[in-house]
Write a protein that binds this ligand. Structure first.
Ligand code: C2E
Ligand code: CA
Ligand code: CA
Length: 600
C-alpha cells in the first residue's frame, strides 16, 4: 500500500530528527495536552503523533496502548501533507482512503479522525495533535480552531524540549574539541559502570600528551589548540565504534571503552592510541611529534566505583610517565607496579592479593546457626566469609573486609559472597532463613537490586529465605536511594536486618530513616548482661522498641547458658552465638560418609 509524502519529506525528517524527541520518555506537559483534548472533545482517544520515516510515534497518548503504528496505516500520514489544514474524517468507513485500513476494520476500530498538523518554523509538518473516536462524528469550525491551537502548543513544547536537550548536551561538551568534558564523562562512566557490581565490565584509558606544555610555550596557544583538536580527531578514529573520547584537562584525554572489555581489548586499543599519537603532526610549517602516556584500567577488575576507575587509571598514567613516556601501564598489572615504593603504595599489595583471592576462589563461607531462644529450634544460618590465604592460613573477615572497603574491592567481595551464599543456601533446608552480610555503601548503589535479583534467579533461592544484613554506617550515601532500594528489595520478598544494633551511636536515627525487619543485637550488648543492671534494663527497652517497630530481634554472641536464659526471660525471641553453634562450613553441603565396613 502506498501513501502520500509531503513535498519536503527529506528536509522534514531532518527537522524532526533535530528535535531529538523520538523515543524519549513520557513528558507530563505533553500528557496534559492530550488529556485536555479528550476532555474538551469527549473522544476516547487523543494523541501527539510524530510521523517518522516509516512509523508514527506517540509522544503522548490517551486511550491507546500501542506506542507507535506503521506509517502506511496512520491517518496522520495524510494529515501532514496539508500543513495548513486540520484534516477531518467524519466517518472512515465512507472514505475510500481508509475503509479497508486495518485500524478501521480491526482494532482500535477508528471511525472518526481529526488531526491538526504540528508545524515547525521551517514549515515542515512533523506530526499532529489528533483526536479519534470509534463512532462517526461532526467537527465544526470552532473544533478545528481549538485543535489547531493545541497543535501549536505541542509545537512550543517541542521547541522547549529541543532547547533543553541542546543546553544539556552543550554543558557536557568541551567547546575546543567538541569531545565530552569531565562532566559528560562522569555521566557516561556512571552509566557504563552501571552494572559492574553485577559483573558487567568496561575499560578506561587515561591519556596525557607527553610534550604538550613545551610545544604550547614554544609555538603559542593557537598552535596548541590546533594540536589538541588534531589529537581529538586521531583519538576518535583510533577507538572502536561506541567507545567514547573525552577531554578532561589541558592536555589530558580519556577514552572510555564500553562493554565488552577484557585485557586484550585494553591492550589492543591502547596500542592503536599510542601509534595514532606518535605520528608527527604537520602544522603551520612545523612538524611535531608529541607522543602520549597512557594509564589503562578496567572495571570491575581494578575498580568498582566510577570515581575509582578514573583514579586508578590516572595513577597508572602517572606510572607510565615515570617509566619513561610513550608507554601504557595497566592498573591491573600488579607485578608491573611492584616497582612502587613509598607510603602511598604500601597497602596496594594486600589489596592486589585480595583481588586475586576473589578471582581465584580462595574465599569460602562458613555458616552460623540462629535459633528460637524459647524452644532452641534452628531457624536459620548467617553466611560468614573467610579467606584461605596461601601463606597466612585462614584470615577473618575483620581483617580483610575493611581492606576491601578501603581499596574499592567491596563490591566484588560482596557480590562474590552473595552469589555463593545464595547458591549454597538454595541447596540447604527450604524452611530456614539465610542471612548475608552486605557493606552499607552498596545499599544506595543503583546496582544492588539487579544484583540481588540475579543472585536469586541464578541460584533458585526463594526471596523470602534471604535476609540481608546491613551494618549501620555513615557511608551509606544517598538516603533517598537507599530507602528506594530497600523498598524494592522488600518488594522482591527479601527481608533486611540492621546488623550490630546498639554498637554504634546513631542506631535510633537509623531506625527513623530506614525500615528493617530484624534487629541484630550487637554482642557487646549481650556480653554486658548480668554484670550491670543497666544492661538488663537496656535490653528490656530494646525488646520493647522492637515490638513497637514490628521488627524481630536476634541477639548475637551468646556464649553462656546464663546469657541465653536472661535473653529468653527478657522476651528476646531469637539468638546466635558460640553457645548455640559455631560458624562452620554448610552442614548440608558436607558429603555423607559411607560407613566403613570392617574387614575380615
Ligand atoms: P557479624 O556480622 O557481627 O558476624 C558475627 C561475628 O561474630 C562473626 O565473626 C562470628 O564468628 C562471631 N561470633 C559469633 N558468635 C560469637 C560468640 O558467641 N562470641 C564471639 N566472641 N563471637 C561470635 P566473623 O566471622 O569474624 O565476622 C566478623 C564480621 O565481619 C561480621 O560481623 C561482619 O560484620 C563481617 N563479615 C563477615 N562475613 C562478611 C561478608 O560476607 N560480607 C561482609 N561485607 N562482611 C562480612
Ligand atoms: Ca552479620
Ligand atoms: Ca553483627
Amino acid at each position: 500500500m502506498s501513501y502520500p509524502l509531503p513535498g519536503n519529506e527529506i528536509e522534514r525528517l531532518a527537522t524532526l530528527d533535530d528535535f531529538r524527541i523520538l523515543d524519549t520518555q513520557p513528558d507530563r506537559r505533553f500528557d496534559n495536552l492530550v488529556e485536555i483534548a479528550t476532555a474538551h472533545f469527549g473522544t476516547p482517544i487523543a494523541l501527539v503523533s510524530l510521523v517518522d520515516a516509516d512509523r508514527q510515534w506517540f509522544k503522548a497518548k490517551v486511550g491507546l496502548s500501542a506506542s507507535e503504528t506503521p506509517r502506511k496505516l496512520a491517518f496522520c500520514t495524510h494529515a501532514i501533507t496539508t500543513p495548513d489544514v486540520v484534516t477531518v474524517i467524519e466517518d472512515a468507513t465512507l472514505d475510500s482512503r481508509f475503509n479497508t485500513n486495518a485500524l478501521v476494520t480491526g482494532d482500535p476500530g477508528i471511525r472518526f479522525y481529526a488531526g491538526a498538523p504540528i508545524v515547525a518554523d521551517d514549515g515542515s509538518a512533523l506530526g499532529t495533535v489528533c483526536v479519534i473516536d470509534r463512532k462517526p462524528r461532526k467537527f465544526g469550525p470552532e473544533d478545528r480552531e481549538m485543535l489547531a491551537r493545541l497543535a501549536d502548543n505541542a509545537r512550543s513544547l517541542m521547541e522547549l524540549h529541543r532547547r533543553n536537550t541542546m543546553l544539556r548536551e552543550a554543558a557536557d561538551r568541551d567547546p575546543l574539541t567538541g569531545l565530552l568534558n569531565r562532566r559528560g564523562l562522569d555521566r557516561e562512566i556512571e552509566h557504563a559502570m552501571g552494572a559492574t557490581l553485577a559483573g558487567e565490565n568496561c575499560g578506561l584509558l587515561y591519556l596525557d600528551l607527553d610534550k604538550f606544555k613545551h610545544v604550547n610555550d614554544t609555538y603559542g596557544h593557537e598552535f596548541g589548540d590546533a594540536l589538541l583538536r588534531e589529537t581529538a580527531r586521531r583519538l576518535q578514529s583510533a577507538v572502536r565504534q561506541g567507545d567514547l573520547v573525552a577531554r578532561v584537562g589541558g592536555d589530558e584525554f580519556v577514552v572510555l571503552l564500553i562493554h565488552p572489555v577484557d585485557q586484550s581489548v585494553l591492550e589492543h586499543v591502547s596500542a592503536r592510541v599510542l601509534r595514532a599519537c606518535a605520528d608527527p603532526v604537520m602544522m603551520l610549517d612545523h612538524e611535531v611529534a608529541l607522543g602520549v602516556s597512557i594509564g589503562a584500567a578496567q572495571a570491575p577488575r581494578d575498580a568498582v566505583l566510577p570515581r575509582d576507575l578514573l583514579r586508578v587509571a590516572d595513577r597508572a598514567m602517572f606510572d607510565a610517565k615515570r617509566a619513561g613516556r610513550g608507554q601504557v601501564v595497566f592498573a591491573g598489572d600488579w607485578t608491573a607496579s611492584n616497582h612502587h615504593n613509598g607510603a602511598a603504595d604500601a597497602d596496594s599489595a594486600p589489596a592486589a592479593e585480595l583481588a586475586m583471592a576473589i578471582e581465584r576462589d580462595q574465599l569460602f563461607l562458613e555458616w552460623q546457626s540462629s535459633h528460637n531462644l524459647a524452644t532452641g529450634k534452628l531457624v536459620g544460618y548467617e553466611a560468614l566469609v573467610r579467606w584461605r590465604h596461601p601463606r597466612l592460613g585462614v584470615i577473618s573477615p575483620n581483617n580483610f573486609v575493611p581492606l576491601a572497603e578501603a581499596s574499592g574491592l567491596s563490591g566484588r567481595l560482596d557480590s562474590w559472597v552473595l552469589y555463593r551464599a545464595c547458591d549454597e543456601a538454595a541447596r540447604g533446608p527450604a524452611n530456614l532463613n539465610y542471612a548475608v552480610n552486605l557493606s552499607a555503601q552498596w545499599i544506595a548503589n543503583g546496582n544492588i537490586v539487579p544484583l540481588v535479583r540475579t543472585a536469586l534467579e541464578r541460584s533458585g533461592l526463594a526471596p523470602d529465605r534471604l535476609l540481608l544484613e546491613i551494618t549501620e554506617s555513615t557511608a551509606i550515601g544517598s538516603v533517598a536511594s537507599a530507602q528506594h532500594h530497600m523498598q524494592q528489595l522488600r518488594a522482591l520478598g527479601i527481608r533486611l536486618a540492621l546488623d550490630d544494633f546498639g554498637a554504634g551511636y546513631s542506631s535510633l536515627a537509623y531506625l527513623q530513616h530506614y525500615r528493617f525487619d530484624v534487629l541484630k543485637l550487637d554482642r557487646t550488648f549481650v556480653a554486658g548482661l548480668g554484670t550491670d543492671p543497666r544492661g538488663d534494663r537496656l535490653l528490656e527497652g530494646v525488646i520493647h522498641l522492637s515490638r513497637l517497630l514490628n521488627t524481630s530481634v536476634v541477639a548475637e554472641g551468646i556464649e553462656t547458658a546464663r546469657q541465653l536464659a536472661r535473653l529468653r526471660d527478657a522476651g528476646c525471641e531469637f539468638g546466635q552465638g558460640f553457645y548455640l553453634g559455631r560458624p562452620a562450613p554448610a552442614p548440608w553441603e558436607i558429603p555423607v560418609m559411607m560407613p566403613v565396613r570392617k574387614r575380615g
